[in-house]
Every structure is written in structure tokens, then in C-alpha cells.
Design a protein. Structure first.
Length: 223
């Protein structure tokens, strides 16, 4: 594990695929102890994504999950959730990117988690936010790119748009500011306030909300 300014911080990583794992990977790069919770028998869905493969493992998965410990828990079972609650007691940060309502169904909402650990910072990443008409929709990167307009400004001038802008720009952009949210000195000041004021912090991110802030004019060869 990396050594760094967050080496005494414990992150409970319930996220999968990209935006959440990218966020927690950056925290791990800064020294945080990241405990990744995966599905028994198959793990994070991106473990099966390939080629390319690296030593029999998905290169995609490895590229966004370095500096992490990994365990499997069946969060659909009470036993699995009870083990998770014990981890939450010792955690400083929880990151999840399930569809809105999933954590509530499991008895792991922000309110319930903050009762277990009042000082924890609870980060939720979704495609379209926790509220509104699109909240129940999964938010995959290429869908957000199309809806946000990035695809419409790519490709040859007289031809159709490209399939997508590569490197899954929207999802990584969503994860990057989330990791900055936890950085020094803001992160430690947040922990200080939570410890002494018994207040829990919530950070909510919608991937779609990030795309509208991109400086598209800088990407266009001609206007």
C-alpha cells in the first residue's frame, strides 16, 4: 500500500465499474487504507472485462483498483450487512455508486450509517443524482456523453459523431473531484468538525451534472 498524507484514513469502498473505484484509487494513492467490498463468486463486474488481460486478470480492473484491499460480502444477506457495519464502525469514508434507494433497502442509508459512526463521510455517486425524474436510471459513461453533448462535437466535419470520447471522460471526471473533497486540509478539517460536533458529512455526485460544465469550446477545431 502507498504511504502518504491519508495513511491513517480508512475508506470503505462499495463502488464498482469506474467513477467510484477511480475515486477510491486516488485516495489509496495518497495512502488511505481502502477496503473494497466485492460480490462473492465474481467480484466487481469489471474483473471480467477484457481483453486486454494482465496475468490472467482484467487490465481495466487493475488500472483503477490499485492500492486496495479486497473482501467479498453478500450485502443482500443480513450476515453480510452485519460484517459491513463492523467495518463502518472503524471507517472514515464510505463510497458507493449503487442506484438510488439500494443502500436504503439494505438499511445502510446515510442516516443509518451515521448512527453507527457519526464521524464518517458518506459519498454517493450516481448517474443522475438522488432525486428527479431520471434518478432510477443507470448512468453509463457513453450514455452521459451522448446526452451531455460531447459526442455531437466529435468526428469528421461532414460525418457522424464518434462512438464516444475515449477514456470514459465523464465517469473519471465525476470521480476526480470526489477524491479532492477528501484532501488536506479540507478532509482533516471535516473530520475535526465531525468529531467535535458529532456531524456527518455527505458528498453526492451525479455523473451527468459534471458533463455540462466541460469547456466544450476548447475541443472544437472550428466554430
Amino acid at each position: 500500500m502507498a504511504k502518504g498524507p491519508l495513511s491513517d484514513i480508512v475508506v470503505i469502498d462499495l463502488s464498482r465499474i469506474l467513477a467510484g473505484p477511480y475515486c477510491t484509487m486516488l485516495l489509496g494513492d495518497l495512502g488511505a487504507e481502502v477496503i473494497k467490498i466485492e460480490v462473492p463468486g465474481k467480484g466487481d463486474g469489471s474483473r471480467q472485462w477484457g481483453p486486454p488481460w494482465a496475468g490472467g486478470e482484467s487490465a481495466y480492473y487493475l488500472s483503477i483498483n490499485r492500492n486496495k484491499k479486497s473482501i467479498t460480502l453478500n450485502l443482500k444477506s443480513e450476515k453480510g450487512r452485519e460484517i459491513l457495519r463492523k467495518l463502518i464502525e472503524k471507517g472514515d469514508v464510505l463510497v458507493e455508486n449503487f442506484l438510488p434507494g439500494t443502500m436504503e433497502r439494505w438499511g445502510l442509508s446515510y442516516e443509518e450509517v451515521s448512527e453507527i459512526n457519526p464521524r464518517i463521510i458518506y459519498c454517493s455517486i450516481t448517474g443522475y443524482g438522488q432525486y428527479g425524474p431520471y434518478k432510477d436510471r443507470p448512468g453509463y459513461d457513453f450514455i452521459i456523453q451522448a446526452q451531455g453533448g460531447i459526442m455531437s462535437i466529435t468526428g469528421p466535419p461532414e460525418g457522424p459523431p464518434m462512438k464516444r470520447v475515449e477514456h470514459r471522460l465523464c465517469a473519471t471526471e465525476a470521480g476526480t473531484p470526489d477524491h479532492r473533497f477528501f484532501l488536506i486540509p479540507h478532509f482533516r478539517f471535516s473530520l475535526f468538525l465531525q468529531h467535535y460536533l458529532s456531524r456527518c458529512g455527505v458528498d453526492e455526485k451525479a455523473v451527468a451534472a459534471k458533463v455540462i460544465n466541460f469547456p466544450f469550446d476548447g475541443w472544437i477545431a472550428e466554430v
